[in-house]
Ligand binder design. Sequence first.
Ligand SMILES: Nc1ncnc2c1ncn2[C@@H]1O[C@H](COP(=O)(O)OP(=O)(O)O)[C@@H](O)[C@H]1O
Ligand SMILES: [Mg+2]
Length: 665
Amino acid sequence: MIIGGGMAEGNLEAPERPDIVPGEREFIAKIVEGRTSGIPAVSKLRTDDRVLARITDGIYRQPSSALRELISNAYDADATEVVIETDAPRFREIRIRDNGRGMDAEALARLIHHIGGSSKRTSIGAIVGTTDDSNPNLSRKGRKLIGKIGIGLFSVNQLTSHFQIITKVEGAEHRLFADVVLKTYNEEELPADGKFDSGSVHVISVAAEDKDSHGTEIILKAVRPRAQNILRSLDVWQRQSEKNGSPGDEPEPPPPWHSGYIAADAQNEGAPFTVAPNLPWQPHDDPLTRFQALFKAVSDQTEFTERPELGRTLDTYLSMLWTLSLASPVPYLEKHPFDLGANDGVMVFQLSNTGRGRAAPVELAPDQTVREKLGLKAGADDPAGGFRVFVDQVELHRPISFTFWPGRTKSFTRTMLFVGSYRPNLEKVHPDLRGGDLTFESYLFWNNRIVPKENNGVLVRINGASNAIFDDTFMRYQVSEQTRLRQITSEVFVSQGLDAALNIDRESFNFAHPHYQIVSNWVHRSLRQLANTHKGLGDEIREELKKIQSAERATKLDRFAASMWEKARHQSDDLPPVVSVFKTSLEAATARRDGVIALDRNQLPLAPVSNSKAAREETAHREQVAKAVATVLDGFGLLTDMPYARQHELIAALIAVFYEDAQDA
Ligand SMILES: Nc1ncnc2c1ncn2[C@@H]1O[C@H](COP(=O)(O)OP(=O)(O)O)[C@@H](O)[C@H]1O
Ligand SMILES: [Mg+2]
């Protein structure tokens, strides 16, 4: 059939288009006819494999997964800006708008008729305009495409069964409005003929004055109650309200930073807050300042605990901002690790790709970056002019910082960055197993501590995006490294290959895939190189410090505690910590920032009963006991991950066991 003259796009009539399915051309024609007739083009969403059924099975668990897919689609469409608007803390509706290429009738029809069959990374891409003309792996403006499978958009199903797509391509005189209603199957209801009717679509065209504008907006209507409740952190707030009913068990306190809460019966407009929001930023802050404030809110938790945790600091919504930032191809909060330079106080090493290789120190010229010195490409300038993502006026940035955290033992006063790249020769692997070529760059960053805890591990990114969180097993590294592994943040930037090893949820890997095996072996070899270098340097520094420390350890008790610490940590090459007792909690907090185990005497049973000389001596002695107790507990790893207030409770309790006057409390 012939399509009206308005259809300049694509080449639908070309005989080499076996990808066009029955009904697709007719649907495009109906959209075009609708411009004059005003009659909507209607189509069923049909798919003959189980793809959509899989989507309704809920392969994507977190609400953030769906938003992540929509952000990826905007990136693939060469957008430079994505704006997400929610009605937090209600979450009845979510909108996501981009200034990307948009979709014409053909692209929209394709989307509806080819669920589970992306045009990206295929020869169809050049014809329908989703890819570069000569390289199907690149967007039209040269970005490495994220999409591949063709189901990402329908992951919104876990958020809603009703959404709208409003989209326009540059130069078009019409804007397309698609209204999509998804149908959810139970496993028992699946039709016997294997044809899944997964919903329906109505499309209308609306004349557009702004001929030059382009982009796509997706409106998620009537967010499902289940997803809404997750986003509202309902579990947290319900736990709090149940507290009064059941004395005894104290529920975990709510996260200090949150977007507020409106109780379930108050979902209507204008309902008052049940819990007023406590956001880390000020209303007048700009989007970057807001994100910085979010990051600071998390790292400032070091005031209460050595290794802050996201889950205890942020509600689901704020955590989602964090997770999306980690997953998306957005800039880093400060700078890309490859853009660190000689003035950033980091020791740089180049990783070796050989089995028994050692990391080699890298000398940077005063103004040189790691990227320049080693010719690294990941995170270099975006070919489409940058990619910025805003959620409710917060501009997302990768929440990874490379600034130094002081350690307890003072052995390291600088961070370490280990950098490498790898492109294995796979010629000897049988083509059926090879899975194509593999190329990646990577870094392993060592710091005295990793804040927050969730940034500890390795994160694999394919073409700038990642669907995972940091893997703190380091791809199942089998070597026990007591503290060192907890001090590493690592990312692998894959520019070629590995996506065949992704499972369908795109959040986990098939461990047996050769590409995954190669990456994980490389990461493990690199961890060994880091460990050797770190240990070697540490040994030198420690020898020096040990001499000074043993001179300083005045009392027998002090020396005893230090030797117990070392015994408890026999595998470790660290030194016993510095423990000090302070007169005020403020002084203790300041000292903690320098990595000292700092005790606040007001929270310990040390106070003298009188001001006599004997009483003062008793206090001084108990201070020594408290320090020794803290040292021993730390040696056994019991203070790690314990909030500071709790540490004091434990130490006070142990002291009280031996001093009757301290047992009154
Ligand atoms: N924001 C968008 N802008 C332009 N086109 C889009 C957008 N979102 C989706 N599309 C189109 O819909 C298709 C299907 O998207 P999706 O289901 O995420 O699969 P994939 O990204 O793997 O192709 C894309 O290939 C693209 O053509
Ligand atoms: Mg996609």
